[in-house]
Design a protein. Structure first.
Length: 416
């Protein structure tokens, strides 16, 4: 038997109904905040991710699904969506036609991580990217939107962690000091951690090794102590607005995030209800990325959230079934076309959900099925009534039944 790949999931209709519902709410939420949906391809040039997410990050180093295409091109299934959005923005030179671009997205991303609860190899992200503003109110808008989305979906026990990484030259100095402070412990680090320390010291802070985490926690300097007065002012302006919007947060001076493109504000939203994979969403500023990838000098900030983790945090039951208004029970082979025509007419004229049986089951089992899928009415095509151009309409809740002229069915339901 061929099975799905580890870390991927099949979603059957009772599960997708919940997701469709979440997506509907997200679409409305984004639109009323002035964000429009962008859809970019699922695969891109590998270089896009190594240059943006960063060559020495876990994502690029060991988690990407990458292959050489028949024509020798190096391609990758997107491990995140910010890089693709930025690529599309630059390609269209959007800064020339609009001073600010506000996008949101929903779709699959791929990372070859070790699967566990809340961690998949094909997972789904939704997120936003606001491209064009340096101002702190843009940071506050993004962070408050992230928070309000979870509130909208009834997720509690939320914590926002926020920090500032300053601008790039600060990261260089901080990286050097970090390296110096940790070199004393080099015997304790494995080869990949030593490579990180040598090539991109900040990435040692993402190590999942408990001993390394302890050493880092006890000895690493805080990046926040390195940021300039200007960056500090920006950070204070962001937190001031958050205070006034009543968005609760804690300042975590060790938060650095696992991707290389960040500058200044970074944040994560976690929920204590989630267990080990507690990050619901994460994001931050990336004021240099657009220029680094060949665009103008344009600032940006955004976040992305895991759909599967949102669903875990919402603690949803699977829905029973799709919604059905009318169930058409057909009993004779020669009535099939007429029954199908009526189903179409009802859907078109009344916009109702009509289910029609295709198993040619007995009336008893069709009625049982109609009950199971919560049909409000059944229309029974029985030979006797059809002789008088009528069908039987059964109200499933009240258990009453009447014969109605086929020509009057639409007006019958209009008055129901
Ligand atoms: P990230 O922190 O790598 O950031 O991912 C964002 C969210 O995606 C995580 O908080 C988590 O909920 C979800 N996620 C990540 N990996 C997995 C996985 N293997 N299984 C399930 N869920 C996962 C980014 O991707 C950045 N692009 C965020 C951003 C947007 N920064 C600025 N703009």
């Amino acid at each position: 038997m061929i099975k799905n790949i580890k870390g991927t999931k099949d979603l059957f209709p009772n599960a997708t109904l919940n997701i469709q519902d979440i997506e509907r709410h997200l679409n409305i939420f984004m639109n009323i905040h002035g964000y429009g949906e962008i859809r970019t391809p699922i695969f891109e040039s590998t270089e896009l991710f190594s240059r943006s997410v960063g060559e020495h990050t876990d994502i690029v180093n060991k988690e990407m699904y990458t292959w050489i295409d028949q024509n020798g091109q190096n391609l990758t299934l997107r491990p995140e969506m910010t890089a693709s959005v930025v690529r599309a923005y630059i390609q269209k030179q959007l800064w020339k036609t609009e001073p600010i671009s506000k996008f949101y997205y929903i779709g699959p991303s791929f990372r070859r991580e070790r699967p566990q609860k809340g961690r998949l190899r094909q997972f789904h992200q939704f997120g936003i990217e606001a491209i064009g503003s340096y101002n702190p109110e843009q940071d506050a808008e993004i962070i408050s939107m992230a928070y309000n989305i979870y509130k909208m979906f009834g997720v509690n026990n939320l914590e926002i962690k926020i920090n500032s990484l300053g601008s790039n030259n600060i990261r260089k100095k901080y990286g050097n000091d970090l390296k110096e402070s940790l070199m004393k412990y080099k015997k304790e680090f494995n080869d990949s951690e030593m490579t990180r320390l040598e090539k991109n010291p900040l990435r040692i802070l993402d190590s999942k090794n408990k001993n390394t985490q302890k050493i880092v926690h006890e000895n690493a300097p805080n990046i926040f102590d390195y940021i300039s007065n200007e960056d500090n002012e920006h950070f204070n302006a962001v937190t001031n607005i958050l205070n006034q919007l009543n968005i609760p947060y804690t300042h975590d001076q060790k938060l650095v995030r696992g991707l290389d493109y960040y500058t200044k504000t970074v944040f994560e939203l976690i929920s204590s209800d989630l267990g080990a994979q507690d990050a619901l969403c994460g994001g931050g500023r990336y004021d240099n990325l657009i220029k680094e990838l060949g665009g103008d000098n344009i600032p940006a900030i955004g976040f992305a959230a895991g759909m599967e983790r949102l669903i875990l945090a919402m603690n949803l039951d699977n829905n029973d079934n799709i919604n059905t208004d009318i169930y058409i029970i057909n009993l004779e082979k020669n009535h099939i076309p007429q029954a199908m025509q009526l189903a179409d007419l009802l859907r078109k004229e009344l916009g109702v959900a009509v289910y029609i049986d295709s198993l040619r089951r007995s009336i008893k089992s069709q009625l049982r099925h109609a009950n199971k899928i919560n049909a409000k009415f059944s229309i029974i095509f029985d030979s006797e009534s059809l002789k008088a151009n009528k069908v039987l309409i059964k109200n499933m809740n009240e258990n009453k039944q009447e014969a109605i002229l086929i020509d009057n069915i639409i007006s019958y339901f209009e008055s129901e």
